[in-house]
Design a binder for this molecule. Structure first.
Ligand code: ATP
Ligand code: MG
Length: 177
């Protein structure tokens, strides 16, 4: 009998549709230089990072997240940024729409109510595009996009042959209207 409980590495995120992922990935490839562009299918925006979590908690997590009431989010991706401390190039909104801030607060409040452990660093919305970058590229120029997010997701993160792989476990749709 094994003593160690099974764990999964989890986070909640907004997941772009394939078209938006493709556009972001194309820009990232062109901008990467010696950095590492995010692979198309991995591009996302993290809402709350749980990290290693007992697999037995997943049904409870799904129930908690399913109770989050939120409306669709229209997120302008109108700025590009570079963070020295972690060497990433990211895109995001000049100003978060209230619907996004509300979703994050509501989700985190529900996780709190369930005693779920997650990273409590304040939410700073961004979509990572390039890792291990030296700075912003001279080109290509950033062309602002708008992301219409009608759901959020619970994602499992694993490493397969040295590559990080994300698996969307469950989708939580926005309230209609
Ligand atoms: P790897 O760590 O294997 O290079 P990764 O960072 O893409 O790959 P994870 O570490 O599983 O994969 O992270 C999943 C998502 O959660 C990423 O968006 C990552 O930036 C974010 N994340 C990871 N750790 C934290 C943390 N401590 N706090 C907030 N967000 C985090
Ligand atoms: Mg990581």
């Amino acid at each position: 009998m094994s003593g160690a409980a099974e764990t999964v590495r989890l986070f909640f995120a907004l997941w772009p549709g394939a078209d938006l992922q493709a556009r972001l990935a194309t820009w990232a490839k062109q901008a990467a230089g010696r950095g590492r562009a995010m692979r198309r299918e991995n591009i996302h925006l993290t809402l709350a990072f749980l990290g290693d979590t007992a697999a037995s908690l997943v049904p409870e997590l799904i129930a908690l997240a399913a109770g989050v009431r939120f409306v669709s989010i229209r997120l302008p991706l109108d700025r590009i940024g570079y963070w020295k401390h972690n060497r990433i190039i990211w895109c995001g909104a000049e100003q978060d729409p209230p619907a996004l801030s509300a979703l994050v607060s509501e989700l985190r409040a529900r996780l709190d109510s369930g005693g779920i452990v997650y990273d409590r660093k304040p939410f700073v919305s961004h979509v990572t595009l390039v890792r291990n970058a030296a700075g912003l590229p001279a080109a290509p120029a950033w062309v602002p996009l708008v992301w219409e997010a009608a759901d959020f997701v619970l994602v499992g993160s694993t490493r397969v042959e040295g590559r990080v792989t994300y698996q969307v476990t469950k989708r939580f749709p926005a309230a209609a209207g």
